[in-house]
Design a protein around this ligand. Structure first.
Ligand code: CP
Length: 317
């Protein structure tokens, strides 16, 4: 379903809703285009006119620090006009539906919508109901997908590790509720990463997780052994319907990334986290701020990756 909505008959990206079903050439086109925008972002004047005259609407029904802000920065660096809808102060509180909200913003000549919503499928619904020529980017829907986060993560891995063909990548923690993990796994597998591991307690792994092509570990030391990339995830309590763990402290003992546990990975392993971090729960500060951490570069690369996605959707890359 996502593929047919996402790609036009000529194979061009029309909407970005999920990394699932996107061909490797589309993913590589986004990553290669992001390389060019990293160079733009290193200039004194970090601006190009690719989206001049176009309007981007950030429509976030869930909180965000990184995604909403980097979309705004990215759009401004492409010279687009940016509107951040303040959902709390919008007519959503008066009962206006998601689609009515979008259609009203479309009537203000929106060219692109960036949508975050707690309901899985909300950006797909919007994509099915916008005018031809209007593009929708999923900025996170429920526990389903967060494609630009998955893409900026694979961009970061490519930057530090160069070649996907021999990598072992471990994703640790609350996979069950993580839209980021799903988007990462689909992108990593499509790009040819031979071994993706998920590490966590049974209660925080989807029952059919092996169907995603990953190796499952419940023991942290065994799962981290020899890894090139270690990606930690927070406990996404806002999406948990009941207690799935004895306590955050117990989780930290078994799955919190400490220097001792990280020592099981390759000596040159990189440590990643999509944010927001809960220090002392899924990751210790000494690791988050340590020499192997690339957590802040992930955020910075997010700007270039989101510039690439918008430029490609606009037909300018
Ligand atoms: N990684 C991520 O989606 O962060 P935000 O919730 O701050 O956007």
């Amino acid at each position: 379903m996502s593929r047919s909505l996402q790609l036009g008959p000529d194979g061009r990206l029309v909407h970005l809703l999920s990394t699932e079903g996107l061909p490797a050439e589309t993913l590589r086109h986004i990553l290669d285009t992001a390389d060019q925008f990293v160079s733009v972002n290193e200039r004194e004047v970090k601006k190009v006119p690719l989206l001049r005259g176009r309007s981007l609407f950030n429509v976030f029904f869930e909180n965000s620090t990184r995604t909403r802000t980097t979309f705004e920065i990215a759009a401004k660096r492409l010279s687009a006009d940016v509107v951040n809808l303040n959902i709390g102060a919008s007519s959503t509180a008066k009962g206006e539906s998601l689609l009515d909200t979008v259609w009203n913003l479309q009537a203000m000549d929106a060219d692109m919508f960036v949508v975050r919503h707690k309901e899985a499928g909300a950006p797909h619904l919007v994509a099915r109901h916008v005018k031809p020529g209007v593009h929708v980017i999923n900025a996170g829907d429920g526990r389903h997908a967060h494609p630009t986060q998955g893409l900026l993560d694979v961009y970061t891995i490519r930057h530090y590790k160069k070649d996907f063909s021999r990598l072992v990548v471990a994703i640790v923690g609350d996979i069950l509720h993580s839209r980021v993990a799903r988007s990462q796994i689909h992108a990593l597998k499509t790009l040819g990463v031979p071994e993706v591991r998920v590490i966590g307690p049974r209660t925080l792994l989807p029952a059919d997780v092996e169907r995603l092509g990953v190796r499952v570990f419940h023991d942290m030391a065994a799962g981290l052994r020899g890894c090139d990339v270690v990606m930690t995830l927070r406990l996404q309590s806002e999406r948990m319907s009941g207690p799935l763990l004895p306590s955050a402290g117990e989780f930290n003992k078994a799955y919190g990334l400490t220097p001792e546990k990280l020592a099981q990975a390759s000596p040159d392993a990189i440590v990643m986290h999509p944010g927001p971090m809960n220090r002392g729960v899924e990751i210790d500060s000494s690791v988050a701020d340590g020499g192997q951490s690339v957590i802040m570069p992930q955020v910075t690369f997010g700007i270039a990756v989101r510039m690439a996605v918008m430029a490609i959707l606009a037909g300018n890359a």
